[in-house]
Design a protein around this ligand. Structure first.
Ligand code: FAD
Length: 348
């Protein structure tokens, strides 16, 4: 089959890669001259385990994606660094709640364990005295998102596919007989254009859901630790974000703090203000105490299906459109890609 993919983010590239290794002709169109212009190049690089609520499509795809990254990273050749993820709390109540939480997570195949805070503090002296309890979750990894994108591109080309950079698709023509982009005919078109999927899908009669954008500012700091640290907030959390964390990187040359969360009107709104940097510097000060030496700041924009905040995969005739692939979309990408290729091959 000839499959075209609009959007060279992590989902589009994984879709192109899986199509190519399964023997299909894959062409990925990317409007920017370089990869990583969208959220796929501006994220925290965490391969997650935990995504609530567990029954959602995005939670299931993230769990499966986590497994698939471990397999594909070897074939494709990108580095995944295994890290501990510590969810810490300042409230004594969590000493009891954490035990229930561990049992609950176990039902969904997520391994977690209660941690001894004194021992954790001996290993990580920067953990604050006010931290009263915590759990460690197994199965977390960090990647360099740009490395993943470039290895995917190389592998698509290795298996005979194409990645056309600097090629913005304005419209998809469907005359009932065949589907084409600028006169080139395809058996299927996958629209995986992040915030721009909705505009392209509308042109061919697919109704997009209501969507909102949220900016996630992050800072790189000159400081390194080998684990993820986040504050566990069971009752006060914003349901559209996991709340960010202190995040290591695969090469260990810096750490990321963030992302933050702010609703914006424009998916291109990625400037980070001084106030946002200060907010990130202070954000984790309730659980860790470090001298923050900021290298730089950057931000990505999430596209969120509102208010349900779950992924939507629409298949109409020979077009697949992906809506609301927000965090943890980098984790879910290989699972999403497998699902798309399975959808189009079973239909044809
Ligand atoms: C701040 C932040 C932090 C995050 N952290 C994590 C994390 O730690 N772990 C995790 O799993 N997920 C994380 N995510 C989520 C993850 O980054 C996204 O879910 C994922 O990158 C979405 O990938 P995508 O391919 O769907 O979209 P995108 O990366 O947006 O790719 C879409 C591509 O389509 C191109 N395009 C658009 N229109 C056209 C057109 N007309 N023609 C051709 N090309 C077009 C764009 O240029 C873009 O490159 C984070 C997201 C944000 C914003």
């Amino acid at each position: 089959m000839r499959i075209s993919i609009i959007g060279g983010g992590v989902v589009g590239l994984f879709t192109g890669y899986i199509a190519a290794i399964k023997g299909h002709e894959a062409v990925v169109y990317e409007k920017e001259k370089a990869l990583g212009g969208g959220a796929s190049g501006h994220n925290a690089g965490v391969i997650h385990m935990l995504q609530t609520p567990f029954r959602t499509l995005k939670s299931r795809l993230a769990l499966n994606g986590n497994k698939l990254h471990r397999i594909y990273s070897r074939n494709i050749g990108y580095t995944m660094r295994r890290v501990e993820a510590y969810l810490l709390s300042r409230s004594y109540i969590h000493r009891i709640l954490d035990r229930f939480l561990i049992g609950y997570l176990d039902k969904y195949g997520i391994r977690a364990r209660y941690i001894d805070i004194d021992e954790l503090r001996r290993r990580y002296p920067f953990v604050k005295r006010g931290v009263k309890s915590g759990i460690a979750i197994d199965g977390y990894y960090v990647v360099d998102p740009m490395e993943v994108l470039s290895r995917l591109r190389e592998n698509i080309e290795l298996f005979g596919g194409e990645v056309r950079l600097g090629y913005e698709v304005d419209s998809v023509e469907d005359d009932g007989e065949c589907i084409s982009i600028d006169g080139e005919e395809y058996d299927y078109v996958v629209i995986s254009a992040g915030p721009y999927t909705a505009g392209l899908a509308t042109q061919i009669g697919i109704n997009p859901p209501i969507q909102r954008y949220a900016k996630g500012p992050m800072i790189r700091v000159r400081w390194f630790t080998d684990a993820i640290f986040a504050e566990l907030k069971l009752f006060t959390r914003n349901r559209y974000t996991k709340g960010g964390a202190v995040i290591p990187t695969p090469r260990g040359d810096y750490n990321i703090l963030g992302p933050g969360f702010r609703w914006v009107n424009d998916p291109e709104e990625t400037q980070v203000s001084k106030e946002e940097i200060d907010e990130l510097i202070n954000r984790y000060s309730s659980i860790i105490e470090i001298d923050v030496d900021v290298i730089d700041a950057f931000a990505g924009v999430r596209v969120i299906n509102y208010p349900d905040d779950d992924y939507i995969i629409s298949l109409k005739d020979r077009v697949v459109a992906l809506f609301g692939i927000d965090s943890p979309g980098f984790t879910a990408a290989p699972a999403l890609a497998e699902k798309i290729i399975e959808l189009v091959t079973t239909q044809s």
